[in-house]
Design a protein around this ligand. Sequence first.
Ligand code: SAM
Length: 220
Amino acid sequence: METDPCQGEREEMVEFQIRARGIGDPRVLAAMRKIPRHLFVPKGYERAAYEDQPLPIGEGQTISQPYIVAVMTEQLELKPQDRVLEVGTGSGYQAALLAELAATVISIERLEDLADRAQQNFDRAGVTGVRVVVGDGTQGYPPEAPYDAIVVTAASPTIPGPLIDQLAEGGRLIAPVGPRECQDLIKLVKHEGRVEEIPLGGVCFVPLIGQFGWRGEDRL
Ligand code: SAM
């Protein structure tokens, strides 16, 4: 990846929005310094790409606030050899970070247009380590399971059962869970087939629409 004119803004984002709020994992911080977030936002939004907020990416969806992406990524506790599933590719930004931190990244998106745009974003940013799949991520992605880590970037009333089933022993799953508007960010850790649940705080995500999530798009 070439150096770019947004490097300074990116350094500031990492310093003041991410590190200053307690994200300390050096690999996560390095990945956020490297991935050119402005290449993952729609045309016209580039100047806002490093601000402390989510942004629209079309189809009623969003690229999440950088800090929330950092929290979710750090909590996955990724090791270089890990296999990761992301549910909700969106812009592809979080998947690009995951590809810096793990060996295998599968990202599943239900909207084909967004999946295509995410692939274009990867191509522009020189990201090669993400495989995008179009489908209902509430069902997980059995062909590549089990996963050492699963991150769900849209919210559902409960954690979809297939995702828990597809988590490897010792695996970590992060997902927003609760009502349509705002939710609790939940971390699950699988030990000997059982899951420990750890609450991480309040968040507001777009709905996860699918067989094991919300069933309708009426309030999108
Ligand atoms: N991770 C994304 C990024 O870095 O830009 C942000 C994702 S956005 C907050 C949530 C995404 O989840 C949307 O693109 C939406 O279409 C997708 N989504 C919703 N339900 C889904 C499902 N059942 N399977 C896969 N993707 C889904």
